[in-house]
Design a protein around this ligand. Structure first.
Ligand code: HEM
Length: 420
């Protein structure tokens, strides 16, 4: 008989409240306490769930023969953050077909386009910031990224639509890990945003709106499923929002880039002296490793299997710890210190550094927007380090490990902003 053992258990009828209270640290805390990278808990109404943290756990989580995504995501997340029937919920060939659509948008030309658009828009905002006493970087970054991604994706913004669309896209990702009013705002915004995106898709399909063929709006409108049919308008609108929403969410990383520059002036000096782009990239990678963003991912067991002495049963819920893996002491030296140089000659596996998921982009669910995120963050650093000066007045820059997504309390206020 195969070797089996009881994995440690975080006892309790339902640990959801504990999960929400400890936030990003729930899995790392229990894993340390129970001396195991795998433990059992009960979440989301008392469902049994196996939590995995660390590289080995991530690599098994991304084994498509063992896990599926169908039925894994809590409905409250689908009603706000992701939308229903999007790429996140698909498996097998249907997922592959949809994922290729996203990856087809990520050519090197299109990645360099978004960085150029972003810098141009940032520069325009900078003119305006020079006239103001103070600016809130998070609010401004949300607007810059909404204009940038709409331009990049071929999505028109008419009249003074910018503020409304920014608010809606922001509410979608702010609601993902929220309860109460923030969650309700997310639900309302999802309905409005899907209606808006659906209208755009209809207009492209009936010839009212002409969009270049390499743009996301065009591709979402004309993509065909495995059965040769166009995507249902609602699904196409969910997928268009799957480009717009997360790009605007890069605002969170922009604020963390600003915070890291502020808290590590010696690293800012290094960037000023940088002789190649890699110096920017290692800073960006460390921001994505060190600061919290996406806490965990969920999947369900396809068929019974045995791993490390534990029987995984069909349909069991399995949760992968992204934040904890990015701080895991078995992978990272001094995991709780901000050290960009660690990425200089980093040769980790695709399961060790997983702020945007791990594994293979085409075969699995790893974030198709990861390269785009990195390009935008590099562009933001270039603007902040080389093209402007600013003061950072006293403010509360603490960020909570409970709030998802986490953000500095003040959202990063800058004064005396001027062009360089
Ligand atoms: C703000 C920075 C971002 C973070 C922290 C982030 C994080 C993630 C994570 C953790 C996943 C799930 C991986 C998995 O399920 O295995 C994911 C998937 C995804 N992301 Fe991102 N992402 C970001 C930016 C972007 C951008 C800029 C785009 C699009 C332009 C994007 C589009 C997507 C899509 C469509 C998926 C679903 C992929 C699939 O299910 O196959 N993300 N992202």
């Amino acid at each position: 008989m195969a070797y089996r053992e009881q994995i440690p258990v975080d006892h309790g009828i339902d640990n959801t409240v504990k999960f929400l209270l400890e936030g990003y640290r729930y899995i790392p805390n229990q894993s340390r306490r129970l001396h195991s990278n795998m433990f059992e808990t009960r979440l989301l109404g008392g469902q049994k769930a196996v939590c995995l943290t660390g590289e080995e756990g991530a690599s098994i989580f991304y084994d498509n023969d063992k896990f599926k995504r169908d039925g894994a995501m809590p409905p409250r997340v689908l009603k706000t953050l992701f939308g229903e029937n999007g790429v996140q919920t698909l498996d097998n060939q249907a997922h592959k077909n949809r994922k290729e659509l996203f990856m087809s948008l990520m050519s090197s030309e299109r990645l360099s386009d978004i960085a150029k658009i972003f810098k141009k828009r940032w520069s325009e905002f900078l003119d305006d910031w020079e006239e103001k006493d103070e600016i809130n970087l998070y609010t401004e970054a949300n607007k810059i990224l909404t204009i940038t991604v709409c331009d990049w994706a071929g999505v028109p913004l008419w009249g003074n639509e910018l503020n409304e669309r920014t608010k809606e896209l922001n509410a979608l990702f702010e609601a993902g890990g929220a309860v109460g009013i923030r969650h309700m705002q997310g639900r309302a915004s999802r309905q409005k945003a899907e209606k808006w995106a659906g209208n755009l898709i209809d207009k492209v399909r009936n010839g009212e709106l002409d969009v270049p063929q390499d743009k996301a709006l065009y591709k979402m409108s004309w993509h065909r499923n495995l059965d040769g049919e166009l995507l249902d308008t609602k699904v196409a609108s969910v997928e268009l929002l799957n480009i717009l929403r997360p790009t605007v969410a890069v605002s969170v990383y922009i604020v963390f880039c600003a915070l890291a520059l502020h808290e590590h002036p010696e690293e800012k000096e290094k960037l000023k002296m940088a002789t190649n782009e890699n110096d920017y990239k290692i800073f960006v990678q460390e921001v994505r490793r060190y600061y919290p963003f996406f806490p965990v991912l969920a999947a369900r067991v396809r068929e019974d299997f045995l791993w490390k002495g534990h029987d995984f049963k069909q349909d069991d819920l399995v949760i992968l710890d992204l934040y904890g893996t990015n701080h895991h002491p078995d992978i990272w030296d001094k995991p709780n210190e901000f050290i960009p140089a660690r990425f200089k000659d980093w040769e980790g596996t695709p399961f060790a550094f997983i702020p945007q998921g791990g594994g293979d982009y085409y075969q699995g669910h790893r974030c198709p927007g990861e390269w785009m995120t990195i390009e935008i963050m590099k562009a933001c650093l270039d603007m902040m380090v080389n093209h402007m000066e600013y003061d950072v007045p006293t403010q509360n820059l603490d960020f909570s490990v409970r709030r998802m997504p986490s953000l500095p309390k003040s959202r990063f206020i800058m004064t005396n902003v001027r062009k360089k």
